[in-house]
Write a protein that binds this ligand. Structure first.
Ligand code: AAO
Length: 511
């Protein structure tokens, strides 16, 4: 029995489903397109003190420099080599970031683009972020090196060589996704080159990977790559720790390829989560918050311990990928804060918070024609993230993770970690509340009328500071005070016109 318990504890702690965040740190933040030097600073100055578990970074390997349009964000999804050399910094800067973040207990997760190399139509030359020569036409990437043998051209059965039909799993895996040259992951040579790249990152100290375009690789091929990976660096991780793996698979239910095919390799992105949550908060399709009572598997989502969840990501916040109009983003900040607040309070899945840059969004015929625009830059050089006196970001960086409501809900999730989903209440419409054991309680009013109600919170008696309307500092509360009586009940009033129509209290916000 003892041995069994030990083995299952080892299996749980060491496997690719656990993110290796420090105990009590339960969320990642995607610092989309940030410079490595800024991420290192953010780990030290903000993420560690505020309890963030880790950072998903943009792809660190050399990519095509696209000039038409001018330096789009998506050029980083067109690899040229596995040299750590991009607009976000060079290898020294990368190592410095990983070391400094790990030293303050914040983990780094790399966005690994391993399904493909550049677009097939990109011209030959050295127009890449480290000046490596490449020739897509002849399938030549000498800086890896890959040649014609290493791509799926012979295997793909469509006339164009492109994925033409998502209902054919063979096309989706063996043909080109939007013309990106599809690597032959069935070849041991290709698997080895990819594993060499990922191992270089692991040895540097990264804690895991988002595997880009996983749907476009056979799960077995990916497993063969993952089986070649080193254990994590023992300077920061227990001996025998395996990299955290979360695979980008868009499965909204309408196609033959299922997320579950990938569970053997690690976690999987649950795209239904943001689509549905956005639909509920926007009150579209007859949805209401009262229906969130059985949120999670009850909504047809994958098992919680396999899911990586998010309200929006770098694709669907600008109309790429999947999800469409219901997705909530910083552009709809009021609903967005409620959505992220709900996600962080709810026990389902491992949570990722999005941190974006501004772009001049401009719709023509329902499509954002500026969906390609890259990060804030000076002549192509990524602008530094500046911090305003009120702790928000400048220079075009949105920094949702620094918004008080979101930062404080990241802390809420840490405080209630492991506590059961309890004391659900709803008014049959869009006023709902729930607790997490005796550690936290949250109340939402997304109806068009005021909420005033006495609820069982499950919390010990006392005065609590609502962390949405203000911060607790020392014995003071800058926000609304909530009085929990000896029977754990408290009265809540939330105006439907409040900027943030929700209230959250937890064990550490007690005054
Ligand atoms: C760029 C240009 C292209 C050019 C190419 C090569 O835009 O015109 O051909 O360069 O020169 C990013 C950008 C791309 C960019 C690419 C390379 O988004 O615009 O192409 O870099 O620079 C699929 C994949 C998914 C992928 C997503 C964007 O399955 O893996 O497309 N996401 C990742 C990254 C992303 C990146 C790449 C992959 C490539 O996060 O940033 O691309 O490395 C269906 C399928 C989905 C499919 C979507 C979109 O979704 O299910 O699998 O995602 O279509 O094609 C309903 C359905 C839903 C469906 C949706 C949309 O909602 O329920 O399933 O409709 O039809």
């Amino acid at each position: 029995m003892k041995l069994f318990l030990l083995l299952s504890a080892v299996g749980f702690c060491w496997a690719q489903y656990t993110p290796h965040t420090k105990p009590g740190r339960t969320s990642l933040v995607h610092l989309f397109e940030w410079h490595w030097a800024d991420i290192a600073l953010e780990c030290e100055q903000y993420l560690a003190p505020n309890g963030f578990g880790g950072v998903q970074i943009s792809p660190p390997n050399e990519n095509v420099v696209i000039n038409n349009p001018s330096r789009p964000w998506w050029e980083r999804y067109q690899p040229v080599s596995y040299k750590l050399c991009t607009r976000s910094g060079n290898e020294d800067e990368f190592k410095d970031m990983v070391t400094r973040c790990n030293n303050v207990g914040v983990r780094i997760y790399v966005d690994a683009v391993i399904n493909h190399m550049s677009g097939s139509g990109v011209g030959a030359g050295t127009n890449s972020t480290c000046r490596s020569y490449f020739n897509p036409g002849s399938r030549d990437f000498p800086a890896v090196p890959y040649s014609g043998w290493d791509f799926n051209d012979g295997k793909c059965k469509t006339g164009t060589g492109e994925i033409e039909n998502y209902n054919d799993p063979y096309q989706v895996r063996d043909c080109r996704l939007v013309s990106l040259l599809d690597l032959a992951l069935e070849k041991d040579y290709v698997r080895s080159k990819i594993a060499e790249y990922l191992n270089h990152l692991i040895d540097t100290g990264v804690a895991g990977f988002r595997i880009d375009a996983s749907k476009h690789m056979w799960p077995g091929d990916m497993k063969a790559v993952l089986d070649k990976l080193h254990n994590l660096n023992t300077s920061w991780f227990p001996e025998g720790s395996k990299a955290f793996i979360y695979q980008e698979v868009i499965d909204l239910g309408g196609e033959p390829i299922k997320s579950s095919e990938y569970f053997g390799n690690g976690r999987v992105t649950e795209f239904k989560y943001g689509v549905k949550l956005g639909t509920v908060l926007r009150k579209w399709s007859g949805e209401k918050m009262a229906y969130l009572k059985n949120w999670g598997e009850g909504w047809g989502f994958m098992p919680s311990d396999k899911a990586l969840v998010f309200v929006d990501n770098h694709d669907n916040q600008r109309g790429h990928g999947a999800g469409g109009a219901s997705i909530l983003t910083f552009w709809d900040s009021r609903l967005y804060k409620m959505g992220v607040g709900f996600m962080l309070a709810h026990p389902y899945g491992f949570t990722r918070v999005m941190s974006s840059f501004h772009w001049p969004r401009h719709f023509e015929n329902g499509k954002d024609v500026n969906d390609w625009i890259g990060p804030p830059n000076d002549g192509g050089v990524i602008k530094r993230v500046t911090i305003n006196p009120d702790t928000t970001c400048g220079n075009g960086w949105v920094c949702e993770h620094r918004w008080r409501q979101i930062r404080n809900m990241v802390a809420f999730r840490n405080v209630v970690d492991g506590e059961a989903f309890t004391n659900w209440w709803d008014n049959g419409s869009n006023q709902v509340a729930f607790g997490r054991g005796n550690k936290g309680f949250i109340v939402f009013n997304n109806d068009d009328w005021p909420l005033s109600v006495t609820l069982q919170t499950g919390l010990p008696a006392g005065t609590y500071c609502d962390v949405i309307s203000g911060d607790k500092s020392g014995g003071n509360c800058a926000g609304i005070k909530i009085y929990v009586s000896s029977d754990s009940k408290a009265n809540f009033s939330i105006s439907n016109s409040a900027e943030d129509p929700f209230i959250a209290i937890h064990a550490e916000s007690k005054l």
